[in-house]
Every structure is written in structure tokens, then in C-alpha cells.
Design a protein around this ligand. Structure first.
Ligand SMILES: [Zn+2]
Ligand SMILES: [Zn+2]
Length: 227
């Protein structure tokens, strides 16, 4: 066989019809999507065993977010609570939310124990799956009168820009986005920070309540509120 002369070689693109057909991507059924997500979690779990989001102990299942001990210790607020500050009654005299700029509040959990550990995991260790877990806890128990009817929107209170740059994400935005996906409520990030923020960690209750220490202003009307 004669040797090939490289000077006589040229690249020739195959005719378009010779290109292999691009495989058509068909949407998966929910069943297939769930199975793929489960397989992915189990694959990841084989490399990095899942850990409890609150205490860090190893988990038996890749589907769980909390270990059994932490799940049982979640401080659910199930009794009668103050509609203004969301704390169990009696909330205090005066109500800690007296003078606040909101008239109603609700929380599924007390800021204590495992719930406090979860907040810390999200804010200070960047454990983003906590935002999804919190959204699930909110969506499961949120009072109908708070979210029913027209003109309701989810409006996350933004982090100060400098803190968001340091942290790399805005936890309120993450939780609100996950909650919007679960509830179908519109997400309206229409606030921005004005002025310096009070550092919450270690701040006294009086400092947190101080008027004007943590201002946010509306930069646009939420679409849902313009209806
Ligand atoms: Zn745990
Ligand atoms: Zn109260």
C-alpha cells in the first residue's frame, strides 16, 4: 500500500445527513425522575455518607435530613401562640413584637435546640439543604389565613450586600424560593437594605428592636399586591 502524502490530505466534513441524529430528550415521568434522584442520592451517599443537618451524626438513609434523635427533639410550636410575635402564650408584657412593623407572625418551630442548630448550619456553615428542609416545615403547617386569597406574595428580607458577598448566598432568598416552589405562591424579592445592619449573633433583644437599626425599603411593588 503506497504511503499517504499528507499534503494531499484534506479534511472533508461528512454531509449533514451523515451526522448521527441528535437523540430526542423526552421529559421523564415523575416516577422516573424520582428513581433517578434516589439513585443519585444513593451514589453520593456511597462516596460521602449522609450526615444529620443539625448534629452531623451519620444517617442510616440518604433520604433523611435529620437523625432520629434530632427529628424527635424538634421544638414544634403546637400550642396557642401570640398572633403578633408567634411565641407561645403568654408571650410577655408587653408582647415582644409591640411596635414592630408587622401585625402578624407565625413560626412552626421555636428558635431553640435543634431548630437553632439548623439555622446555624444554614447561615454559618452554608448547609443549603437546610433551606429546603425549612421550606418543607413552613409549607406543612402555614396557617391558611396567612396565605389564602389574592394578593399574597413571598417577600424575602434581603441580607446586607456585604454579608451576602461574604456568605455567598442569601438564606432568606433560598428559603423563600424553596417555599414558593412548594406552595405555588409568587416570589417577590422587592426589598433592599437601607443603612447598616444589626449583627444578630450576640446582639441583645433591645438592640434588635432598636428602631431603624435594620431598615429595609421597597424598591418595587410586588406584582401580587398590584392586582
Ligand atoms: Zn442529629
Ligand atoms: Zn406576642
Amino acid at each position: 500500500m503506497p504511503a499517504l502524502d499528507p499534503r494531499r490530505l484534506r479534511l472533508v466534513a461528512p454531509p449533514r445527513s451523515a451526522h448521527p441524529a441528535t437523540p430526542r430528550v423526552r421529559p421523564h415521568s415523575p416516577f422516573v425522575a424520582d428513581a433517578l434522584a434516589r439513585a443519585r442520592r444513593e451514589l453520593i451517599a456511597a462516596v460521602a455518607p449522609p450526615a444529620c443537618l443539625a448534629c452531623g451524626d451519620a444517617l442510616a438513609s440518604a433520604d433523611a435530613e435529620l437523625c432520629e434523635r434530632c427529628r424527635r427533639a424538634l421544638p414544634w410550636l403546637s400550642g396557642p401562640c401570640c398572633p403578633r410575635c408567634a411565641l407561645p402564650l403568654p408571650c410577655g408584657d408587653p408582647c415582644p413584637a409591640e411596635g414592630a412593623s408587622f401585625t402578624r407572625a407565625w413560626a412552626p418551630l421555636a428558635y431553640d435546640g435543634v431548630a437553632r442548630a439548623l439555622v446555624g448550619a444554614l447561615k454559618f456553615r452554608g448547609s443549603l439543604p437546610v433551606a429546603e428542609l425549612m421550606a418543607a416545615q413552613l409549607a406543612a403547617g402555614i396557617p391558611r389565613e396567612l396565605v389564602g386569597g389574592d394578593g399574597v406574595a413571598l417577600v424575602p428580607v434581603p441580607l446586607p450586600p456585604a454579608r451576602q458577598r461574604t456568605r455567598g448566598f442569601d438564606q432568606a432568598r433560598r428559603i423563600a424560593t424553596a417555599l414558593a416552589a412548594r406552595t405555588g405562591l409568587p416570589l417577590e424579592p422587592c426589598l433592599r437594605r437601607a443603612g447598616p445592619a444589626t449583627r444578630q449573633l450576640g446582639a441583645s433583644a433591645a438592640a434588635l428592636r432598636e428602631a431603624g437599626s435594620d431598615e429595609v425599603v421597597a424598591i418595587a411593588y410586588a406584582r401580587a399586591l398590584r392586582r
